[in-house]
Design a protein around this ligand. Sequence first.
Ligand SMILES: N[C@@H](CCC(=O)N[C@@H](CS)C(=O)NCC(=O)O)C(=O)O
Length: 211
Amino acid sequence: MMKLLSARPSPYARKVHIALTEKGIPFEVMTEVPWNRDTATPRYNPLEKLPVLILDDGSTVYESRFILEWLEIKYPEPALFPKDADELLAARKLEVLADGICDAFVLARFERLRPEAHQSQPWLDRQLRKMHGGLKEVARLVPAGTYCVGNRFGLGDIAVGSMLGMIALRAPEIDWPIRYPNLKALYERLSERSSFQATAPAPQDVEAGVV
Ligand SMILES: N[C@@H](CCC(=O)N[C@@H](CS)C(=O)NCC(=O)O)C(=O)O
């Protein structure tokens, strides 16, 4: 059976977990803290990041966007990528934005872990600006009262939903549910799905700093 190397707070791993669940593919979860000294992550991905999909023959697929594409090619039904070209591009754009917001959060988080005297406020401001700018653009692109693209659940919802869940948990001071009622309604709708309920993010203890 396929294995998913995952971390409980990771929005990138959540995307893959949701896609596997929605496609009904049997898999086992291996929960890791990629920052810990004893993590297995580098054994499966030389870039030392999760999520990683470990296949039955021992080969591996990593990088959440690529994993979702790999899954769509290998397990086309039920489709999570829109068939219409413009809708597919719209969903992929939302994924670029959602992942980019998560990337900015990660950069800010590690900056905040540095000794206070060494932290760069301009760098922190820059990442926060990207998060706010990204959310504003996602809110502009997501229609009110339905799924992200083409009235059907799919890639855009997986990416945007995973990102919103991460912001809700890790950056609750960002007031996106008040500012963007369409995103709030979308997140509530997505949270009713069992694939979202089964993958709700949770913090993990990181034993050391960066090793
Ligand atoms: N672009 C990557 C990002 C993955 C990522 O940053 N994962 C984090 C966990 S949330 C990680 O493993 N970080 C370890 C590292 O960057 O060395 C993806 O979409 O898969």
